[in-house]
Write a protein that binds this ligand. Structure first.
Ligand code: ADP
Length: 671
């Protein structure tokens, strides 16, 4: 027994093994890859978190750099310095307030005088003094404001400087109000606010603080338009530090706000601006009250040694007023120390909202917790670290925005690998199926070929035996009469024809296989081609006793290769003879249909099973028949090839035991 595997089976086994092996390797790597993916992603996230933390720290530094840029001791002019500080404050919304201090910690800007110092007595002229005294006596003792006013007017005439002028103006204003001379009073107070805003009385109290409330009080329809710009410029001066702020300023602001409500609508441009100014001044007041002590304390403690420089000689001072929400940026190298109060949270938020995450793979949420989160390790991917050495107690916490990031990533990757593996498996199985099918087809063809060879041999043998037998008889002179001799010769000729037909089929098939069939199309009368084909088969019809009925339209012409058409019809007629039993009748028809030419060859023979109908035109295909009916399985293949080469079609209808009808349809023009 031969145990050797056939090459095709070996190939199949190798292929299946390759499929199983590569499938397993792929699956193994997919699983491995997924578990590695978790680790790698965690590592990547941690790297990005570290990077983000470092970037954040650098950004803090950059921001401090930007705020303090060009603020150095080279700016010797106080006003330039102050303007720069104010500009910076308006540019960065995390700067709450900028300030300039005296070395003892008192404020120069915002200009706040906490404890008012008495100003040294000014020497007024004797004429001024006596007139002023007379005025006061008339005003307060004699209750005669008219007289008082004239004394004060002469005081104004005797004034030589701002201090006596403003004193006289203030008294004049007061007397005018008592006289209900509002117009005069208005111009007195407006003059004080406009020109003598920096002048204080003997107690160190600015005259503005007397003038403004009076002006607000005497506002009416007539003077309103005049008073508005004065109030506005007064607040501007307070904001800019030209008018000193003190503990009375808050009250003054309340008066202004109430006055605004009465005298204008809330939405008017003037009102909005004055309100804004009032808010800003109020902020300055609150700031100075809140941080005054702390700042002067800082200098006493000698803070400058204990803090490192953050940028441009500015140092960060944390824990302002016991909270961590704000910090100071102070530079003491100036003649008068300068600094900023900064809202720490706002600064951090500004940085967090900037594009520091732009080129990172994942999105992160940044927080600033007070204490370490205990779950910093493990699955929650939270990274906590010290934010920046400038804020030693401040932590930064960074976590991915998507908490299920890794889980989702793994699920997604799992799906991709799963689907890919499935597709691969399906493709591989399909490959196996295709290969198996190919192998089966190859096997089938090989069997058909070997059947074909034995069939051809058999087919050739039959006519050859006949030819030899009859020829021998003739040679040996066994046949006497001319009639019999003729008969024998006719057998030899017809058998030779049969041989020729068979060989022609094989040749045609071989050309077909090689793809080089030659056709010589000639406009031919189809009826005569059919008649000739029938005529060539007459011997066999007569021999078998067939009745051939023809219905041929002899006016039909078409462009055909007459020889090939003859071969095709010959094959159909030969089959009709071969596959007929008792009813030996054959119909050959040729007729025109509106859309094509029809040729029909019909027999009343054995018929073809319905499930085999579609296969009979395949090469080498034969339906199992009685032993006596031989064939090569090429006849119909050649017919189909010839008809299709003429752009025609061939179909068959058949019924078992009743016969078959082959119908050829040719295009009307023959092409
Ligand atoms: P073969 O050499 O076997 O005749 P063909 O290609 O001519 O090869 O025909 C293929 C098969 O079709 C035949 O084996 C036969 O079974 C069937 N067949 C062809 N013509 C007829 C017919 N007129 N009646 C019944 N069966 C037919």
């Amino acid at each position: 027994m031969n145990h050797k595997l056939k090459p095709s089976s070996r190939l199949t086994i190798i292929f299946i093994l390759a499929v199983v092996l590569s499938g397993s390797i792929l699956t193994y790597f997919s699983i491995n890859n997924i578990s590695n993916l978790k680790e790698l992603t965690e590592k990547r996230i941690l790297e990005e978190q570290r990077e983000l933390s470092a970037r954040f720290s650098t950004e803090i530094q950059n921001n401090i750099e930007k705020i303090t840029h060009v603020l150095n001791v080279e700016i010797s002019l106080f006003d330039v310095l102050k303007d720069l500080l104010i500009k910076r404050t308006s540019e960065y919304d995390f700067i709450i307030q900028s300030f300039i201090l005296k070395n003892n910690g008192q404020f120069i800007y915002p200009y706040f005088i906490g404890i008012i110092e008495n100003t040294p007595e000014t020497e007024f002229s004797s004429r001024f003094r006596s007139a002023y005294k007379a005025g006061e006596e008339a005003e307060f003792t004699k209750k005669d404001p008219g007289k008082a006013k004239s004394y004060y007017l002469s005081c104004l005439g005797h004034s030589t400087g701002s201090r006596d002028s403003v004193k006289a103006l203030n008294a004049l204003g007061r007397a005018s109000i008592k006289l209900n001379e509002i117009e005069d009073a208005t111009s007195c107070y407006i003059s004080i606010i406009s020109y003598y805003f920096h002048v204080t009385d003997e107690n160190g109290f600015p005259y503005v603080y007397y003038a403004l409330p009076q002006l607000l009080k005497i506002t009416n329809k007539e003077n309103r338009e005049e008073i508005f710009p004065t109030v506005e410029s007064c607040l501007e001066k307070m904001e800019a530090g030209s008018i000193a702020l003190n503990f009375n300023s808050e009250e003054l602001l309340i008066l202004v706000t109430n006055w605004l409500k009465v005298n204008t609508s809330d939405t008017s441009e003037k009102s909005v601006n004055i309100n804004k100014l009032a808010e800003s001044v109020n902020r300055q007041i609150q700031f100075t009250i809140k941080y005054g002590n702390e700042l002067s304390g800082l200098f006493k403690k000698g803070y400058s040694e204990s803090h490192a420089v953050a940028a441009n000689d500015f140092k960060v001072v944390n824990s302002v007023s016991g909270n961590n929400q704000e910090f100071f940026l102070i530079n003491t190298n100036f003649e008068n120390p300068v600094g900023f109060l900064i809202d720490r949270k706002k600064l951090f938020d500004t940085i967090a909202k900037s594009d520091i995450q732009s080129d990172l793979e994942f999105d992160y949420k940044i927080d600033f917790p007070a204490t370490f989160n205990s779950n910093t390790t493990g699955d929650n991917l939270v990274y906590t670290a010290q934010l920046n050495p400038l804020f030693p107690e401040q932590l930064i916490e960074i976590k991915p925005v998507d908490e299920n990031l890794i889980k989702d990533l793994i699920t997604r990757r799992g799906w991709i690998y799963g689907i890919a593996s499935m597709l691969l498996l399906v493709a591989m199985c399909l490959g196996v199926v295709l290969i198996l099918r190919d192998i089966a087809r190859e096997k089938h063809l090989a069997r058909l070929r070997s059947d074909f060879i034995s069939n051809v041999t058999h087919e050739l043998k039959t006519p050859l035996t006949s030819i030899r037998m009859y020829a021998e008889s003739l040679i040996m002179g066994r046949v006497m009469s001319d009639q019999v001799q003729k008969e024998y010769l006719s057998v030899v000729v017809n058998e030779t024809d049969r041989l020729k037909r068979m060989i022609n089929n094989i040749l045609e098939f071989s050309k077909m296989e090689k793809g080089i069939p030659e056709y010589h199309l000639v406009n031919s009368n189809l009826a005569s081609i059919l008649n000739e084909a029938i005529h060539e088969m007459n011997y066999w019809f007569a021999k078998e006793g067939f009745d051939v009925v023809t219905e041929l339209d002899d006016k039909i012409f078409a462009n055909v290769d007459p020889e090939k058409m003859n071969q095709a019809i010959g094959n159909l007629l030969s089959n009709a003879i071969k596959y007929s039993t008792d009813t030996k009748k054959i119909f050959v028809r040729l007729f025109n249909k509106p859309e094509h030419i029809c040729i029909e060859v019909e027999d009343l023979g054995v018929g073809i099973p319905e499930d085999k109908l579609y296969r009979i035109f395949e090469q080498f295909y034969r339906i199992e028949q009685k032993e006596s009916i031989s064939g090569t399985g090429l006849g119909l293949t050649v017919v189909k090839e010839i008809i299709e080469a003429h752009n025609g079609t061939i179909t068959v209808t058949s019924e078992i035991g009743k016969g078959s009808r082959f119908t050829i349809r040719m295009p009307l023009d023959g092409n």
